[in-house]
Ligand binder design. Structure first.
Ligand code: 4AD
Ligand code: MG
Length: 431
């Protein structure tokens, strides 16, 4: 009897007879031997099949077995210095579960469009696989840090009656007789749950109908959003730098193999430790101008501006005190200069741009009512939100970190489309 073992656990079974269940990644044959690369979802291992070991008919048919055919292989685990894994299988039983023919993704170069059309299969490929495993580790690290630091996960709704991040990027849908919008951010609800539980976070999909076809924009992306009562702008930034440093260091520790598959320069990641440098919006504008950028004061930064700003630093940076006019309605104006807000973005290093947006929220009822009107938001839909300022308002702050942009940066991937299993993009919703 051989027991079913996954490739990632194979090291604990040297010398034993085991069963593998997986798919054929590649096969190379030399007369009396087949070298089969078996992929089982947790890793890839070589199974060596000799002609004497199995039925001669089966041996012959294996040679023609198509890529991604599914199979069960039984054999003995032996040490093998030539493979990265350090082990291989001397197979003596092979069962074909389902034969695959004409698998569309081949070792030759494929165009991006073709690969995206075959995303449902492309996710089996080594690099895609590595990126998605790192994504899962990043999600877990984010949650672990928050859970261990007194935050309660409280989920926020996806169908909402009002906008959080401006009305221009809302996905509208019908809600029986009413209109509903897919959530752009869980923040407003987080502010309610923070008053109920003190420190909270939500982690889920968010939606933006952004007519932006860039390598940083998705229509559906995941956001982790912590929110804290009795927390000011400064404390908020300290939490962000601790949180992000933990996430990066955890990936370095737990996903070294996958980072290697992605050929990521991990020395750059090792530098990501708190504290992060801070520059104000006004200083950032000066920096851009001194680099020869023709920047119009008061504008938001574009992707190239963010790249230019981050290139002077070896770790993420905070850009603080943005102009009130270009930021969301809920941001607290700086008492020293109400034309600037107590909000900060985190820009990732190496040109990956903004990954976090956050800041202190307006706690004052009158000012918030005024902002809702100025932004031409439907006051009725925000009554519950205004209630939070009526009943025990406190200074509070929070932030949102975009998961896909964080994964792109940590993995060193050029485009967010490879950081999520099935990206929803401006011109693509298939598969
Ligand atoms: O800066 P944003 O719009 O901030 C908020 O939504 C706040 N309500 C969060 C909060 O304070 N709770 O978005 C936060 C982050 C961005 O920094 C970016 O990483 C990501 O969400 N993001 C996107 N990621 C991919 N595609 C898009 N279209 C994104 N829009 C924002
Ligand atoms: Mg932002």
């Amino acid at each position: 009897m051989s027991s079913w073992v996954r490739v990632e656990d194979i090291g604990a079974h040297e010398g034993e007879k085991v069963e593998l269940r997986g798919w054929l990644a590649r096969i190379r044959s030399s007369g009396k031997l087949h070298f089969m690369q078996i992929r089982d979802g947790s890793g890839i291992i070589q199974a060596v099949v000799t002609k004497q070991a199995i039925d001669p008919e089966l041996f012959k048919s294996l040679k023609k077995l198509g890529t991604e055919s599914s199979l069960v292989v039984r054999g003995t685990v032996t040490a093998d210095d030539r493979s990265k894994l350090g082990f291989e299988i001397q197979a003596d039983e092979v069962e074909i579960v389902s034969e695959a023919e004409g698998y569309p993704i081949t070792p030759k170069e494929h165009g991006e469009g073709f690969l995206m059309d075959n995303r449902h299969l492309w996710i089996r490929q080594r690099k895609q696989h590595a990126a998605l495993r790192i994504r899962a580790t990043i999600m877990k690290a984010m949650q672990d840090w928050l859970d261990d630091n007194g935050f309660l996960r409280v989920d926020t709704p996806i169908l909402t009656p009002a906008a959080c991040e401006g009305t221009t990027t809302l996905f509208e849908t019908e809600y029986f007789e009413e209109k509903a919008y897919l959530s752009q951010s869980g923040q407003l609800y987080n502010e309610a749950t923070a008053a109920a539980f003190g420190k909270v976070y939500t982690f889920g999909p968010t939606f933006r109908a952004e007519k932006s076809k860039t390598r940083r924009h998705l229509m559906e992306f995941w956001m982790c959003e912590p929110e804290m009562a009795f927390c000011d702008f400064e404390m908020n930034m300290e939490i962000q730098e601790q949180f992000l440093s933990y996430v990066v260091q955890t990936v370095l520790e737990k996903r070294a193999f996958e980072l290697d598959v992605l050929e990521r320069d991990t020395e750059k990641l090792a530098q990501v430790k708190a504290p992060f440098p801070r520059i104000t919006y006004d200083e950032a504008v000066e920096r851009l101008k001194s680099k020869g950028v023709e920047f119009e004061d008061g504008n938001d930064f574009g992707a190239t501006d963010e790249t230019l700003l981050s290139e002077d630093f070896d770790r993420p940076i905070f850009v603080t005190h943005f102009p009130t006019a270009i930021k969301a309605f809920y941001m607290k104006p700086d008492p020293k200069n109400p034309a600037r807000v107590l909000g900060a973005d985190v820009l990732a290093p190496e040109g990956y741009g903004e990954i976090i947006g956050g800041g202190e929220r307006i706690a004052d009822l009158e000012l918030l009512e005024q902002r809702v009107k100025e932004h031409e938001l439907p006051v009725d839909s925000y009554q519950w939100y205004l209630d939070l300022r009526r009943y025990g308002s406190v200074p509070h702050s929070g932030f949102g970190i975009g998961l896909e942009r964080t994964v792109a940066w940590i993995c060193g991937l050029p485009h967010v489309r490879e950081t999520i299993p099935f990206p929803r993009m401006l011109t693509r919703m298939y598969p």
